[in-house]
Design a protein around this ligand. Structure first.
Ligand SMILES: Nc1nc2c(c(=O)[nH]1)N[C@H]1C(S)=C(S)[C@@H](COP(=O)(O)OP(=O)(O)OC[C@H]3O[C@@H](n4cnc5c(=O)[nH]c(N)nc54)[C@H](O)[C@@H]3O)O[C@H]1N2
Ligand SMILES: Nc1nc2c(c(=O)[nH]1)N[C@H]1C(S)=C(S)[C@@H](COP(=O)(O)OP(=O)(O)OC[C@H]3O[C@@H](n4cnc5c(=O)[nH]c(N)nc54)[C@H](O)[C@@H]3O)O[C@H]1N2
Ligand code: SF4
Ligand SMILES: [Mo]
Length: 880
């Protein structure tokens, strides 16, 4: 395909917890060609839009290439000595509790293992926490309460074999797209399969739903408590399985005290859901951040687990609760014990025998005997000065933590901050005293565990960028320089993996679930070739499901049902802050966009931060479609584009979490979120802030395209890459005195760029297009109301001869494709709508055949279906 002749390297996708296998081949230009691995059990060759675009996000000039100390490039030796000395000095002077690591579920297991060993065993404090606190902590807590360990009982095949798949607080279509496609394919093959989506919003996942329950935010416990009562009343409990379960009476008594009406659903909706669940033997309940990211997250998890335990719908094919993990190695991080309240290999920090065993295994001088600070408390301790040296690895907390402005200020005020990242262009990296260049995905080696306990290799297909080094190597070197030469003397990831597998055997000896000791002696060559496998992996046991046999990891050996009660989100909505602020993900961006945000095709799907708001709420607040909204909470404010839509409930609004100081500084949504946490798991309530809305009083709105960098300086801006350069949305409260001069400043263009101007001062309109050597350099469109120009057409023009650009429209012979729907084949809304109208296309398949849209990764199929649904009634009306 590429002529490079190089063999393909088998690896695993960099992004979500589905953990798809990929085949990588260098493209000879520093990038990679990426395709799905047909032999990987998670995806069998499929990839979603993000996985398909991985090649566009590697080997770019955005990379950090050398260590940096106080803003200046330095060598590794100086940087690492400095880090080791400052941590050592801080510990000597203020004790081990004065330092912290904040790491990530995107680290490879080997990286994570070294970080955890260094902190818990050698520095001797458990002040290591991870962004998994913002992600999986409630599932971990719920699992441990019910099962005695943090175990995901089932496998992906269960989602295909189930007769009922319930998605609660999961937008699987956008966040676990390949798993979603597996469900979709199973449903097409077996039409009696039912899908229920429980989500306050009507999401893309509802495309395959037989039932959508738009619950009141935070009310899942009431819903599942109602289900438990319904299972009891309908005789749908499993008496034989209940013999292996304790706590049933208390759980049922608690459940019967809750009123399912708290969900805001009608009697009929509740009855239909309960009847379907009770009447179906094979049920899988998939849950994700709508469950975890809640001040009642752990109780939500246990309310779900209660129903599966009581009905015996667990650990058998097609049955079970299923917590889908977000990050590529969220599971691996939990397994190594990377959370502040876990130890290693599912051993418990509070258990003296476990501690002694791990300490002996590591030959460690110390072992932390109590949980460390969980993320929110950790940054609070940074703020108060209790933590004086902080190392942030593979995460961007200045954006993703609740109360993000306060967290950003706390990091800025910390005595000593080390950040390991692949780029310096992040809100957090900008605050570092020492910035360390990490080797990125595609350049480093290790393992990850996906949502169904499958451990796969990530492998390198490219040399590390510049001087960058793998995270494990950076951590191990600091460990050695702090004086623990032998404990951190690793030759490579294979050696770390062997040690880790051996330690898991120690855990297995304590009867823990996580045991991969079959690999404790794995040779380097076997590690290099390691094929995906599901844990456990011991001499006696390989993979499989847990708990179908009624054996659990609690002290009694029985599963545990918990009495839980519904409670409302902590931030009360009321007169001052009447709206419920929900946040989450969009299809084509990954978190803080440091990688997906580099891809023009991924950025074309949704190029700007937005706020979904119900039409009646928008009307009542005087918010016009496509205008800007000012959103405020007691913590902060944001400015977002209004997306008026009835997919949200009245009173709820939704905004994506992705935009940052780098891409849209006034759209950092975590600036609005209160640092409220679940009392058991410490996970923040990221989806239920209380906010007020008001029209943003923009004096002018702008849209710009440019071949080169832009330097926006106004109240609102959002920047996105295009195939020709950049595009930006702009808005301001002050009108520049000289628009032409302002445009030259924005684009960094001097007088040598020829300006073509059209202005209408009376109406507040101004347009300028800059040309050089007959080619368009940049163009700016300004108006007193949201600018109406053909954005996707204009984005194609920079670098081309385009004297018509100033008109803001495409010439008749070049139709405007409209906003991007299919990012694999660059097919826009207008192209699809036109094809539906002029060619009479009736199905997603027909559109695929005609335009290719939706035929590669399939991530956009729900959107194509929605366009069809919209277009068809119109067609019917026209024919009538
Ligand atoms: N495209 C893309 N995919 C990703 C990621 C990404 O950044 N981009 N990130 C990955 C990561 S780390 C994670 S953790 C996963 C997250 O995957 P998901 O959890 O599926 O994603 P979210 O959009 O955060 O939230 C899911 C849904 O929860 C709903 N929700 C909010 N409040 C409630 C509630 O009270 N009850 C219920 N039942 N639902 C509620 C929201 O409306 C939202 O639709 O995605 C992973 N995959
Ligand atoms: N309001 C709100 N807030 C949320 C959420 C939400 O739904 N709503 N979701 C939460 C969840 S579930 C999650 S998981 C978090 C995610 O939030 P973060 O973890 O903060 O987001 P990322 O953008 O994934 O940050 C990863 C960082 O690692 C860098 N990086 C990439 N590769 C490497 C590497 O190989 N080594 C190193 N050292 N660095 C690398 C990237 O450039 C980037 O800066 O956000 C949480 N915050
Ligand atoms: S579903 Fe997409 S993002 Fe997730 S692992 Fe697979 S290809 Fe990567
Ligand atoms: Mo996550």
């Amino acid at each position: 395909m590429d002529g490079s002749g190089l063999p393909e390297t088998r690896s695993t996708c960099a992004y979500c917890g589905v953990g798809c296998g990929v085949l990588l081949r260098p493209d000879g230009r520093g990038g990679l060609e990426v395709r799905g691995d047909p032999d990987h059990p998670a995806n069998l060759g499929r990839l979603c839009s993000k996985g398909s675009a991985l090649g566009e996000t590697v080997g770019t000039a955005h990379r950090l290439s050398a260590p940096r100390l106080d803003g200046r490039d330095t060598d590794w030796d100086s940087a690492l000595s400095h880090v080791a000395e400052r941590f050592r000095e801080t510990i000597d002077q203020y004790g081990p509790e004065s330092v912290g690591f904040y790491v990530s579920g995107q680290l490879l297991t080997e990286d994570y293992y070294v970080a955890n060993k260094l902190m818990k065993g050698f520095i001797g404090t458990a002040n290591i926490d991870t962004n998994s606190r913002l992600c999986m902590a409630s599932s971990v807590a719920g699992h441990k309460r019910a099962f005695g360990t943090d175990t995901v009982p089932g496998t992906y095949e269960d989602l295909e074999e189930a007769d009922l798949v319930v998605l609660t607080g999961s937008n699987l279509a956008w966040c676990h797209p390949v798993l979603y496609q597996r469900v979709l394919a199973a449903k097409q093959a077996r039409p009696r399969m039912r899908v229920v989506v429980i989500d306050p919003r009507r999401t893309a996942s509802c495309d395959i739903a037989d039932m959508h329950l738009p619950v009141r935010p935070g009310s899942d416990v009431a819903l599942f408590n109602g289900l438990l009562c319904a299972l009891y009343e309908r005789g749908a409990l499993d008496a034989a399985f209940l013999a292996h379960v304790e706590g049933f009476d208390d759980a049922l008594a608690a459940a019967s005290g809750d009123d399912p009406a708290e969900t805001g659903l009608s009697e009929a909706q509740l009855e239909a859901f309960y009847a379907l669940w009770a009447g179906t033997e094979k049920v899988v309940t998939v849950y994700s951040q709508g469950v975890n990211q809640s001040s009642a997250g752990s109780d939500k998890v246990n309310a779900i687990l209660n129903c599966h335990l009581a009905s015996g719908r667990i650990g058998r094919p097609g049955c079970g609760p299923f917590s889908v993990t977000g990050q590529p190695n969220a599971m691996g991080g939990r397994e190594v014990g990377g959370l502040a309240n876990t130890l290693a290999c599912h051993l418990d920090i509070e258990n003296a025998d476990h501690r002694a065993a791990v300490r002996a295994f590591w030959g460690a001088p110390a072992i932390s005997d109590r949980p460390g600070l969980k993320a929110v408390d950790m940054f609070r301790a940074v703020e108060t000065g209790q933590i004086r040296a902080l190392w942030i690895i593979h995460t961007n907390p200045a954006v993703s933590m609740p109360d993000a402005n306060r967290v950003r200020d706390a990091i800025a005020g910390c005595d000593f901050v080390v950040v390991s990242d692949i780029t310096d262009a992040t809100d957090t990296a900008r605050l570092a005293d020492v910035l360390l260049p990490a080797a990125a995905w595609g350049e480093k080696e290790g393992t990850v565990t996906n949502s169904d306990r499958t451990i796969s290799r990530q492998r390198a297909a490219l040399a590390p960028w510049g001087q960058s080094r793998p995270d494990w190597a950076i951590l191990a070197e600091v460990g050695r320089r702090m004086g623990w030469q032998q404990a951190f003397d690793y030759a490579g990831p294979a050696e770390i993996f062997r040690e880790y597998a051996a330690l898991s055997g120690v855990a297995g000896g304590f009867g823990r679930d996580f045991d991969i000791s079959a690999h404790a002696d794995i040779a380097d060559s076997a590690y290099a070739d390691l094929a995906p496998f599901r844990w456990p992996a011991t001499g006696a046991r390989q993979g499989g499901r847990f708990f179908g046999d009624g054996r659990f990891f609690t002290e009694s050996g029985r599963g545990r049902m918990l009495p839980v009660h519904w409670r409302a989100p902590v931030a009360a909505t009321g007169r001052d802050f009447p709206f419920r602020f929900n946040t989450g993900r969009i299809r084509d961006q990954w978190h803080t966009m440091t990688r997906t945000g580099l891809s023009p095709r991924l950025s074309a799907h949704l190029a700007e931060p937005f706020l979904e708001i119900h039409p009646e709420d928008a009307a009542a607040q005087g918010i016009a479609p496509a205008s800007l909204v000012e959103v405020s909470s007691p913590q902060g404010r944001a400015i977002l584009r209004a997306w008026v839509t009835d997919t949200v409930r009245r009173g709820d609004v939704f905004a994506p979490m992705h935009w940052t100081g780098e891409t849209a500084p006034s759209a950092r949504v975590d600036a609005l979120v209160a640092p409220v946490t679940d009392p058991v798991s410490g996970q923040p309530e990221s989806k239920a802030a209380a906010v007020a809305l008001a029209p943003f009083a923009a004096r002018w709105y702008g849209f710009a395209v440019s071949a080169g960098d832009m330097h926006p300086d106004c109240a609102y801006w959002a920047l996105a890459p295009t195939t020709t350069g950049y595009r930006a949305e702009l808005a301001g409260t002050n009108t520049p005195a000289d628009w032409l001069a302002e445009a030259r400043r924005l684009f960094g263009l001097d007088e040598t760029a020829e300006a073509q101007v059209a202005s209408d001062p009376a109406k507040g309109g101004f347009r300028v297009a800059f040309h050089r050597d007959g080619r368009l350099e940049a163009a700016l469109f300004v108006a007193p109301t949201p600018v109406a120009v053909m954005r996707s057409h204009l984005a194609l023009l920079p670098g081309k001869e385009a004297w018509h650009a100033l008109s803001g429209r495409s010439p008749a012979d070049q139709p405007d494709p409209g906003p991007m729907v299919c990012s694999c084949f660059n097919v826009g809304v207008n192209t699809i709508l036109t094809a539906i109208e002029t060619r009479g296309l009736m199905s997603v398949e027909e559109i695929g055949a005609a335009l290719e849209a939706g035929t590669n990764c399939g991530s956009c199929r729900p959107e194509i279906a929605a366009l069809l649904a919209k277009a068809k009634p119109r067609e019917a009306a026209e024919q009538a």
